[in-house]
Write a new protein. Structure first.
Lengths: 79, 770, 228, 79
């Protein structure tokens, strides 16, 4: 069993209303100094040891992310 | 890396100014990549007396696109104007040519409504494409000075079982719901139709309805020298400028990875919260009298808003692009002008009102910036970093684009299609086969319950929805005191239109009209969204021309005006166009919404079920021929609009006098389907007996137009049938409502328990889409 | 009758949607609705507060997460402490949970779709400020419309709620969102602060809603505010 | 400027229908070997250098996560 983390983020040039909402709300709560927030998704997968990187990449691209508007990164973590 | 045959000019070091353009006439420009034809480009050069700057080229290319300029449809659309009489115009406060048509509905109220297509973007990115389609049409309605009060969504998808439909449909529904629900606009109607021809070209049409006091109309024009141009709402980013990115030099926009902006998706992401706040902000600005003119930013962004405002006004306009609040770094003038960032509006404001305007925007936390002013000369001028990048006569951009008389030819295969009569198809013979056919049809994707879709839409918000899904027409209360309200319905049977585009458009109109009528409302106006294949295909242009004529002639026969519409060409995959799909929306008025007629039966025991209208053996383009035989051929049902009008009048009288407790129009699937729906929606059984001499198959499944089933309280049966016979509307008693029974019992077919019908009708979409 | 003396505030956040409907319901119940603005730290002397449905601030982070910090909410928290009746409907329920006035949290519907439909509920607690007009066990038909209405809390919290009779309503027949123990609404320990996902303000008139079963909630509160 | 990543995940005992939907869909699309998926949120913040760890922790706990249902982790990344 391996643990895999996939982070999916809206592409830089794409509007990110969620991140924007967070960034706007922070100063109202007295938190200064946060200039930019982007919000995306974080997936944690448990995968069998024979699942190779290529498969993981395809899972991320086809399922976890929407390549039209999102970027993603896949990494294995020791568990 | 793409091959560039043109020179790029704008870079961090150099601006393609009008002055530079005048000095470099020979510079090659990528007009073809921007979708302009050679002669169109030459015409721009003639207008300006020089080559256009990159910013000007971007502006002309988007504004002269089919979508913005209507260059292929204009010559046909004129027919709407030509067939609209003064009498039809009487209630119309704004018509074709404005952002949306406006109709006076009495008591000082006016209603505006319009449909827009967002077909292609919804195929590329279903969720965001559909969401921003809703956002766009809502801003159109706001630009009339109205409060948006409802949306509806006519949709077309590829085959229900196709894998790609499982990608597109749920995304589209989520997008429409996600955006509309968050705006607080009840969704009160629409369509879901499946057909092979939409497989790689779904149709996502969105309708919005708005309400205003009849003296509050806002028109989009920029007048009054010295008045300020204010851009407000979201910041401007690199959204939807995929096409224009050919203008950006690599050095200017390329990022570290060297991919540059050429890979920019032409997808926009919607931010419904920003739009919701923008709506409230706009309405407060209107109420406070702080706006001289207003325009929404939709396709073609600032290019469109500025040139249209200036073109409709009495002076020129000056814009300072450096003032535009940006979301991305290093945007070029062409990009800023073409950006399709959502949730933005543009207003013309008197200088003395600017501070008050800004105050309202601050209250709503809406970014607002003065970006220019109305000038006393003729031209639209745009400056960037101290240099003039645009200097054009605005009318040449907005109104005087190219106009084409495209070749029109009735396709040779049309005769073969019409000759392929469904009369030869095998029909169900005995009761068992009829029963099986009925159940199979009720479960078929085009006839089954739409609940899987509509339960994802809020239809309660704002507390004025009197009828919504499942109901033939959506009905909204407008005035809480008087109960005055409106009804809307959209319809189109594209199979009929394929067989006969002229009659098909009239049938779409007839059905939408009837759907409004069965709610007890009086139809008063028409809008449309004409979805067709390539304008360069003479066969498609024939379909288009015929459909426009059919719709215009039909509206004239009914005496209600076409107040506006939308054209979407190039809906095709390779050489195969979609079925011609002229979606027709009809608006109706009802004096007191408490009198509206619902669809479901069961108000009281023993009510009579009456079939209004005549049933003929008509199966061309029918749902039966599709579901059972996969067949499309013959001629569509005949349409008699004077009969539709009569039916409408009788229903309105019946509603007013309480003679009708339920009504449902008959269309796809015929009487059988109509009865199934009335029973299931009302959760009440009925016993149906067809006339002695009736061919049960024809009576149950024919799609003859001009028909409805009504449920009439016992004590009113005589009065109602006499009303029909006095006015010459055929009326046949076909059964009684049975509040005790839990089944639909049709003589000659057998008993159909409601549970079995419900399983068939409601199971299909959840099984397909989860 | 004559509760016209009572005034009930309805908060409007940017993105609130059912605020107008809540005001209409208050009016229909016979009280005076008062519009409260999110940015005003002022309750304008109202006798009770409704936090309405909608998507406050877009609900982009988490439903209700941003609204709980609005200036008006500071006042609501203070007033609630002193016993002022507060009702949160849908997004308002989410806000009250986020703000800690009610236990638990509302999460994404188990079916992953937004659901708008008429829903049967059973009245479980009929002693809270907002539910005295209902008979114990009464079944009501009231619309639900939400994408994140699945009520969750620690098992111990759920047990406590059950034990103290603080479950206001439960879904009957078909749970629309997968809520723990079919919970549709809960109240605080004193029975003053209540929250629920269904929309009683959309069931005050059979013309525009499925029933008028929701009116009882507003009438209940008025009974307390203006003792007969 | 520092870059900070906050990951927010539904607590183990809380049902995660989104993660489950992904896990169920994968085998149907021919991806075997993924036994468990959980879906959460991933935030990327740009913060001024004087924002300390304690503040970041409070931002995560009071705002980005709802401690009733979610766990979170904060980490600074070099940018
Ligand atoms: N995409 C949709 N959005 C909202 N409502 C829809 C949609 N599709 C269908 N409906 C509604 O479902 C009901 C049945 O639709 P349909 O069978 O197309 O009606 P009709 O045949 O009377 O035109 C109607 O109330 C219609 O408005
Ligand atoms: Mg109908």
């Amino acid at each position: 069993m391996a643990r895999v983390v996939v982070d999916v983020m809206p592409k830089e040039e794409i509007l990110d209303p969620q991140g924007q909402a967070v960034a706007n709300a922070l100063p109202r709560q007295g938190f200064e100094g946060v200039s930019h927030v982007r919000q995306g998704k974080h997936f944690e997968l448990e995968v069998a040891d024979d699942v190779d990187d290529d498969t993981l990449e395809r899972i991320a691209e086809n399922f976890l992310a929407n390549p039209v508007i999102e970027d993603w990164s896949v990494r294995r973590v020791e568990s | 890396m793409t091959e560039t045959t043109h020179d790029t000019v704008t870079s961090p070091e150099r601006v393609d100014s009008t002055e530079y353009a005048a000095r470099t006439p020979e510079l090659a420009q990528p007009y073809r990549e921007l979708g302009l034809a050679e002669d169109e480009y030459q015409r721009i050069r003639r207008i300006l007396g020089r080559r256009p700057t990159e910013a000007e080229l971007a502006m002309y290319s988007v504004m002269w696109s089919e979508h913005c300029s209507y260059k292929s449809s204009k010559v046909h659309l004129r027919y709407f104007g030509e067939t609209t009489t003064e009498e039809m115009r009487a209630r119309m406060l704004a018509g074709i040519g404005e952002n949306a048509g406006v109709i006076d509905i009495g008591d000082g109220w006016a209603v505006t409504f319009k449909v827009e297509s967002h077909n292609h973007p919804s195929y590329v990115e279903p969720h965001q494409g559909a969401a921003t389609g809703v956002g766009g049409i809502v801003r159109d309605i706001m630009a009339m000075g109205a409060r948006p009060v409802a949306v509806a969504d006519p949709l077309r998808f590829g085959p229900a079982e196709a894998a790609d439909t499982a990608r597109v449909l749920p995304g589209v529904v989520e997008g429409i719901g996600g955006y509309g629900n968050c705006l607080g606009l009840p969704n009160i109607g629409g369509e879901v139709v499946f057909d092979e021809s939409y497989a790689r070209n779904p149709l996502v049409n969105a309708m919005c309805v708005g309400v205003l006091k009849s003296d509050e109309l806002q028109l989009a024009h920029a007048s009054g020298t010295g008045n300020k141009i204010v851009l407000f709402g979201a910041r401007t980013g690199l959204d939807g400028i995929g096409g224009v990115s050919v203008l950006a030099s690599e050095s200017f926009s390329g990022d570290e990875t060297g991919s540059g902006r050429k890979k920019l998706p032409s997808v926009q992401v919607g931010d419904p919260f920003t739009e919701k706040v923008l709506i409230e902000c706009c309405l407060e600005l209107y109420r406070s009298g702080l706006v001289v003119g207003v325009q929404d930013l939709g396709g073609a962004g600032l290019s469109c808003a500025t040139s249209e405002l200036a073109s409709a006004g009495d002076g020129g306009m000056w814009i300072d692009l450096d003032a535009v609040p940006l979301r991305a770094e290093g945007m070029t003038p062409a990009e800023i002008l073409s950006s399709e960032s959502q949730e933005r509006m543009c207003a013309v404001v008197r200088p003395c009102d600017v501070e008050a305007f800004m105050e309202v925007c601050r209250k709503w936390d809406v970014t607002a910036t003065v970006i220019g002013e109305v000038t006393d000369d003729e031209n639209l001028r745009v400056d960037w970093r101290g240099e003039r990048v645009v200097d054009v006569p605005p009318r040449t951009v907005a109104d005087e684009g190219p106009v084409y008389q495209r070749p029109v030819r009735r396709p040779a295969e049309q005769d073969r299609l019409v000759a392929d009569d469904p009369g030869t198809l095998a029909r169900p013979g005995d009761a068992g086969e009829l029963r099986e056919t009925l159940l199979r049809m009720a479960a078929s994707p085009n006839l089954c319950s739409r609940e899987w879709v509509t339960s994802q839409y809020d239809h309660y918000v704002r507390g004025n929805t009197v009828l919504a899904q499942p109901s033939d027409g959506g009905v909204l209360r407008i005035d809480e005191q008087s109960g005055r309200g409106i009804a809307v319905a959209t319809d189109c049977n594209a199979r009929y239109t394929r067989l006969d585009p002229y009659q098909g458009a009239r049938l779409a109109l007839a059905e939408a009209y009837r759907n409004v009528s069965v709610t007890g409302s009086k139809p008063v106006a028409v809008t449309n969204c004409l979805n067709f294949g390539s304008a360069e295909d003479p066969g498609v242009m024939w379909q288009f021309q015929q459909a426009v004529r059919g719709l215009a002639d039909g509206a004239a026969e009914l005496g209600i005006p076409v107040t506006g519409g939308n054209v979407s060409f190039y809906n095709q995959t390779g050489g195969d166009p979609i079925l011609p799909t002229p979606v027709v929306g009809v608006l109706g008025v009802i004096d007191d919404v408490a009198r509206r007629i619902p669809t479901g039966i069961g108000a009281a025991p023993g009510e009579a079920l009456l079939l209004l209208g005549e049933t003929h053996d008509e199966f061309g383009g029918s749902e039966w021929s599709r579901v059972v035989h996969g067949h499309l051929g013959g001629t569509p049902p005949r349409v008699d609009l004077s009969r539709e009008k009569l039916l409408g009048e009788i229903l309105a009288l019946g509603a007013r006098d309480g003679l009708v407790s339920a009504a449902h129009d008959l269309s796809e699937g015929g009487l059988a389907q109509g009865l199934v729906e009335m029973a299931l929606i009302g959760e009440t059984g009925a016993r149906v007996v067809l006339p002695e001499d009736a061919d049960p198959f024809v009576w149950l499944f024919s799609e003859s137009a001009g028909r409805a089933v009504v449920s009439v309280p016992r004590g009113e049966e005589l009065r109602f049938t006499e009303l029909c016979s006095a006015r010459g509307l055929p009326c046949t008693k076909i059964g009684v409502v049975d509040t005790e029974s839990r089944s639909l019992d049709i003589q000659g077919v057998g008993e159909l328990p409601l549970t079995e019908l419900r399983r068939a009708w409601e199971g299909t979409l959840p099984a397909l889409f989860g | 009758m004559s509760a016209a003396g009572a005034s009930i505030g309805v908060i409007t956040f940017p993105g609130s949607l059912d605020d107008g409907d809540a005001r209409r319901a208050v009016r229909r119940a016979g009280a005076t609705p008062v519009a409260l603005w999110h940015a005003d730290a002022d309750l304008h002397g109202v006798d009770a507060v409704i936090v309405p449905g909608g998507f406050s601030y877009g609900d982009y982070l988490r439903c209700g997460a941003i609204a709980k910090f609005a200036p008006v909410m500071t006042e609501v928290l203070r007033a609630a402490e002193h016993g002022m009746p507060v009702l949160g409907v849908c997004n308002g329920f989410q806000v009250l949970c986020e703000a800690g006035l009610l236990p638990g949290a509302l999460t994404r519907n188990a079916g992953l779709h937004y659901v708008c439909r008429d829903q049967w509920l059973r009245a479980e607690n009929t002693t809270s400020t907002w539910t005295t007009r209902y008979e114990p066990g009464a079944e009501l038909l009231i619309p639900v419309k939400h994408g994140e209405g699945r009520y969750v809390a620690e098992e111990s919290t759920l047990d406590e709620l059950e034990g103290e009779g603080r479950v206001l309503f439960r879904y009957v027949e078909d749970n629309p969102n997968g809520s723990s123990r079919d919970i549709a609404g809960v109240t605080d320990a004193r029975g003053r602060v209540a929250g629920l996902m269904p929309h009683p303000e959309h069931a005050i008139d059979p013309l525009t809603g499925p029933t008028d079963d929701g009116l009882g909630m507003f009438l209940s509160a008025l009974d307390t505010l203006v003792p007969a």
